[in-house]
Every structure is written in C-alpha cells, then in structure tokens.
Design a protein around this ligand. Structure first.
Ligand code: RRO
Length: 326
C-alpha cells in the first residue's frame, strides 16, 4: 500500500510564528494545471453559460471557481430522465437528471466556444457507453485548444447502461488503456462512492495513467412520495448529494489519498470554508462545490474566502503547507 507523501513544512495548527501579514497563498496544482485557488465546481452543478447570459463580464471578473468543470457530455444528444428529477432530502438532494446534453457535435459547436471564454481553465466532463464512445469523446474534445483537461465520468448513477467502468478496478484499467494514448492533456477520473473498493479503482486509474481523481459522485438513492409511498422520481432512483454525504466523502477521499499519489479533487456536501478544510486535511489537493451552488450560486467564492480566513487564523501561509491527516 502506498501512502501519500506528506507535504513539506507545517504542523497541525500552522507553521508560522506570529500573525500573518499577507493573505494566505491558496494556489493549488492539479496535474499540470496551476490554479489560483483550490475551489472548483462539481460537474453539472453550475451552469456557466446561463450565468454568463445573466451576469456577462461581471461573472468573468469574479468567477467563483479556479477551473470550470462542464456538465458531462455523451456522444449522442440525450433528453435526460422523465420528471420529477429532483427530491429535497433531509440534508441534501437526490437528482435523477439523466445526463441531458447536446451530444459531442452539439457541444463542440454551441457550448465550447462560450465556455472557452471563461477566465479559468476548462475541464470537459465526458461519459461513454463503452470504450469506443469514451475514445471518441476524448479524441474529439482533447484536440480543442479551449480544453485544459478532461474528466472521465465513470460514475453517473442515473443511466440504465454504461457508467459501470468506475465500479470495478479492472474495468477502469481497461478504459484507461484505451483512452490514455489519445491525449497528453490531463485526465481526471471521477470516481463513484457506489463501488465496493473506491481505493482499488483509484489505484487502477493511477496505474492506467490518470493524472488526478475526483470524488465523490452521488450515492444511489430512492426517495419515496410521502403520500403514496411510491418512488418520487420519474426514473425511480437517483443520486444523493449535499451535507448528508460529507462524512462518507471524507472517508473515501482519505482512502484514495492514502492509496495513491494522485492529486484528489474532493467533494461531497461542501458548504463552507470549514468543510473545504476538512477535505484538504483528509488528503484533497482541490475541492469542489456542488449542491450548495444550487442554494447559493456565489458559494464557490464564499468557500474560497472562508478558507483563506481560516488559514490566516491558523497562521498557515500557504495552503500547500497544510498537514494532511493520514
Ligand atoms: O446527469 C445526471 O443525472 C448525473 C450525472 Br451525469 C452524474 O455524474 N451524477 C449525478 O448525480 N447525476
């Protein structure tokens, strides 16, 4: 078992004597991406195209995330699942969106030119129903200059077939073998919390040449209509996210961070700088805000600001100095 190397410097509670006179340095390195701070969005949880339409240049000047991860795209256009698609859980949300998107050609023609104008690196999330489709998506997306990195979504809970490649280390290894030779751009593998051994899947991704992993995607869930007791969601089941899953996500992030040396994008119920710090302490290099952005579209910016305040209070000059919990 490989243990994640400790970062240089720092001890719990901080590594500087005296008060900080400058704002903490939040820069983070995710594979070859040099990011201004560690807060990304979770795929599919922030519609940058709609936000640009509403806020225009104001959004470009104060973009809440240090990199933007697109909604997952597939080769063919998809309408998504029948409604209702959302359920508000006690401490979170169950979604059954079902991967609606314009398909590869529609994305490249209509969405990419707009997303390419964002002031941060663009990560395009892709999901194929089989290796050939993944290969088509990776080749088609990676050749575009607007794209800084790709996220391989092997973990969507809301489609009947496919997306099983993240359940099993051998499946993940076979996928990586197929797509890794197609691009030199960073490949981030989005892991599922529904796998029995998420650490094993992460190790397979690393051996297969992944540059980073992100986790967690949503947990399979089945809300019941309080009146009839029948399944509430049009598709029957969906995926649970939000504060309810945070402790599960921390456990899985820690399991992955201790078994691989890949940078980890940690997510699952992050609402505050305190939550973000917990993920960094568990081993994450970057964090992503998802469900909270539906409640507060400015959550990404707030989480970053709160994280900076927390580090300053603890007299930690650089995020990279923070000691990770083994
Ligand atoms: O579109 C969705 O239903 C969806 C996706 Br692609 C995903 O990766 N995770 C999720 O909870 N929903």
């Amino acid at each position: 078992m490989r243990r994640r190397p400790r970062r240089a410097g720092g001890r719990p509670g901080g590594d500087l004597a005296g008060a900080l006179t400058t704002a903490p340095d939040l820069r983070a390195t995710l594979a070859s991406l040099e990011l201004a701070h560690p807060v990304l969005n979770g795929s599919g949880t922030f519609d940058a195209i709609a936000a640009l339409r509403v806020f225009g240049d104001e959004l470009r000047e104060r973009f809440p995330f240090s990199a933007f991860v697109s909604k997952t795209i597939t080769v063919e256009p998809r309408a998504g699942n029948p409604p209702p698609r959302l359920w508000e859980a006690a401490a979170g949300m169950v979604n059954s969106i079902g991967l609606p998107n314009k398909g590869l050609t529609g994305f490249l023609r209509h969405d990419l030119p707009v997303l390419g104008t964002l002031p941060v690196p663009l990560v395009v999330s892709v999901a194929g129903f089989g290796h050939d489709e993944f290969a088509q998506l990776v080749a088609g997306v990676a050749e575009r200059d607007e794209v800084a990195a790709l996220e391989l979504n092997v973990s969507c809970p809301n489609v009947k077939s496919g997306c099983v490649m993240g359940d099993d280390p051998r499946e993940t290894a076979a996928l990586m073998e197929r797509v890794r030779p197609l691009t030199t751009k960073p490949l981030i593998v989005k892991l599922t919390p529904n796998a029995s051994d998420v650490g094993g899947v992460a190790v397979a991704a690393e051996h297969g040449g992944a540059d980073a992993v992100s986790l967690i995607n949503t947990l399979r869930a089945r809300p019941a209509d309080p009146e009839s007791g029948r399944p509430w969601l049009g598709a029957g089941s969906g995926g649970l996210s939000g504060p309810a899953v945070k402790a599960i996500a921390l456990e899985q992030v820690n399991a992955v961070a201790t078994r691989t040396s890949l940078p980890v994008v940690g997510m699952g119920g992050i609402r505050s700088g305190r939550d973000a710090l917990d993920f960094v302490a568990a081993g994450a290099t970057c964090v992503a805000v998802g469900t909270e952005s539906f409640r507060d579209p400015a959550a990404g910016e707030r989480v970053r600001a709160e994280l900076a305040q927390l580090l300053a209070k603890r007299r930690v000059a650089r995020l990279a100095d923070l000691v990770r919990v083994p």
